[in-house]
Design a protein around this ligand. Structure first.
Ligand code: ZN
Ligand code: ZN
Length: 303
């Protein structure tokens, strides 16, 4: 355990986790409650809670002098780390962030903002798990505004916003939001594949068809048997062919279409996707899925 000295009552050997810096001055918990019993008196002050690097944030075990590895800013022991890594989203968030907020609430029991943030955080996760991304993003960003000092809430709010933008087909903005979350989320969040998804949409929107092809191939490399990934490579080649008229691009597009049809030649979604790419190869006209459906409500074929 790491200890510190309270700069107000001069008590020594105060456990670091039972202290905080307010306007750069160290206070023990007793002094905080004595001096700031009214939460309003903390408004506008800088509050810094330094985590003891020798105590596991998740299970509270004390490791003496040994400094633990950190996830984000939280020291975590080996056992807890394994447990956390093995939990998949969104259980991971539930377990981990609820633990964070409970601890925060435990020591800042009188801080109304944390209560509000905690409530909004939990509701945001519930919304996310039922697929209501817009509401999840709204609640998470409220939680983050209530306790701006908790960086993880900011990251989660960006992450949800990125997913919301992807769903709304605003790939450029989605890419910007998701990129800001890099290295701040555990692998189970599938951030990398969401970023590739956003790159595919954004390069298409910007008519950067080489970028589109690179991103589509990157996604195919992550999942080599997905017909959607395979057809998006065909789609990128078809865009290049439409623009430059190079037969090799056309042949490549056809090659990936054939491969993809070998996996899925029956689903409505894929059949529609194939005809969009085939129409592009035939007409050298690049249109989006929505416009294609409007133009050819009964589907399109060369006959
Ligand atoms: Zn004190
Ligand atoms: Zn632990």
């Amino acid at each position: 355990m790491t200890t510190t000295t309270c700069e107000t009552c001069e008590k020594e050997l105060v456990p670091l986790n039972e202290s905080a810096k307010i306007d750069s001055k160290v206070y023990c918990n007793a002094c905080i409650e004595a001096h700031f019993s009214d939460p309003k008196s903390l408004e506008g002050r800088s509050i810094e809670k330094v985590m003891d690097p020798t105590i596991c944030f998740s299970c509270s075990k004390d490791f003496g002098d040994r400094e633990l590895r950190k996830i984000s800013v939280y020291p975590v022991c080996d056992d807890c780390e394994i447990m956390i890594q093995n939990r998949s989203f969104p259980t991971w968030v539930k377990g981990f962030f609820v633990a964070i907020l409970l601890i925060v609430i435990g020591s800042w029991i009188w801080n109304w903002n944390f209560y509000q943030a905690y409530g909004n955080f939990r509701e945001a996760l519930e919304s996310f798990s039922t697929g209501d991304v817009t509401n999840a993003r709204r609640l998470m960003s409220l939680a983050s505004d209530e306790v701006p000092e908790v960086d993880d809430l900011k990251t989660l709010s960006r992450y949800f916003h990125g997913i919301e933008l992807l769903k709304e087909d605003k790939s450029n903005e989605a890419l910007a939001e998701l990129t800001k979350c890099q290295e701040k989320l555990p692998e189970s969040y599938n951030l990398q594949s969401l970023i590739i998804e956003a790159k595919i949409g954004s390069s298409f929107d910007n008519k950067d068809y080489h970028g589109f092809l690179d991103a589509a191939k990157e996604r195919l490399a992550m999942d080599s048997t997905s017909p959607v990934s395979m057809t998006s490579v065909a789609s990128a080649y078809a865009c290049l062919y439409a623009v430059k008229g190079d037969e090799e691009d056309k042949n490549n597009a056809v090659r990936y279409l054939v491969k993809s049809k070998a996996i899925d030649s029956t689903s409505h979604e894929m059949k529609e996707y194939y005809s969009i790419v085939e129409y592009r190869l035939f007409s050298r006209n690049i249109i989006k899925r929505e416009d294609f459906i409007k133009q050819f409500p009964n589907g399109w074929n060369t006959n």
